[in-house]
Design a protein around this ligand. Structure first.
Ligand code: MF3
Ligand code: CO
Length: 248
């Protein structure tokens, strides 16, 4: 079942989303060579708590971190460790916060120092694929319309669309109905209605779309070891379009 949010719920989700956006903004200056991912994770936790929210990822299905930090070929759900960021890395921060029972969810991939032209290409076009997907959203369109827009854009730029992981509804659970795949066909899947909230989150690979799960049972990596990027916003569906709840 896809929940329609009440005005009060939407207000709380705006606050949750704002906290997520602010946490991103707060962390960007720290994404320099030499910082450990553990340090980034604890800075994120402290900031989210200072803002009156809690990190939704913490202990979600036993996840050990406060946010997900994925480097280079890591697609999603990387776990903070003593690993240091290096010049030339790309790093995805996937940040979820819960405010008074309601969640916000936004991932963004950042360059560390000077990155290769291939990585620049991947970041530019993955971000654009997110906005391509968002651009079709309004009450009355199907979930498949979003997936088709993301897939068309990414594949026409010779990038690999990860199929095993999808976007999702967001509300008083971090993951709700519906699934929001980054592939599909127009006019298929559930119809969007005013007051629904979904996370649109293309995960796009420079090379093959194939991924596998590492031995830690969390980190998903690309099969060919080439880099992957991930851009995600939580959005409210409106009559004529959408409102980004996780903007900075
Ligand atoms: N934004 C991530 C997702 O939608 C949040 C994962 S929380 C985790 O999958 F605990 F599963 F890592
Ligand atoms: Co998500």
């Amino acid at each position: 079942m896809i929940n329609i949010k009440t005005p009060r719920e939407i207000e709380l989700m705006r606050v949750a989303g704002e906290i997520v956006g602010e946490t991103h903004k707060y962390l960007i200056p720290y994404l320099k060579p030499g910082i450990t991912t553990k340090k980034i994770d604890s800075l994120a936790r402290d900031y989210i708590i200072k803002k009156g929210a809690t990190p939704s990822c913490y202990h979600y299905d036993g996840y050990p971190g406060n946010i997900c930090i994925s480097i280079n070929d890591e697609v999603v759900h990387g776990i903070a460790s003593e690993r240091k960021l290096c010049d030339g890395d790309i790093v995805t921060l996937d940040i979820c916060a819960c405010y008074k029972g309601y969640h916000g969810d936004s991932a963004w991939t950042y360059p560390v120092g000077n990155i290769s032209d291939d990585k620049k290409y991947l970041l530019e076009h993955t971000e654009k694929s997110l906005y391509e997907g968002l651009s079709v959203i309004k009450a009355g369109v199907h979930i498949g319309d979003i997936g088709e827009a993301v897939q068309k854009y990414a594949e026409s730029h010779n990038l690999g669309v990860v199929k095993e992981l999808v976007g999702h509804g967001v509300g008083n659970h971090l993951h709700e109905d519906p699934d929001v795949p980054n592939y599909g066909r127009k006019n298929t899947g559930p119809v969007l209605k005013e007051g629904m909230v979904i996370a649109v989150e293309p995960m796009i690979n420079f090379g093959t779309a194939d991924v596998y799960l590492m031995d830690d049972d969390w980190t998903v990596v690309t099969a060919d070891g080439l880099p992957s990027a991930h851009f995600e916003h939580t959005v409210l569906i409106t009559k004529d379009g959408y409102e980004i709840l996780t903007k900075r």
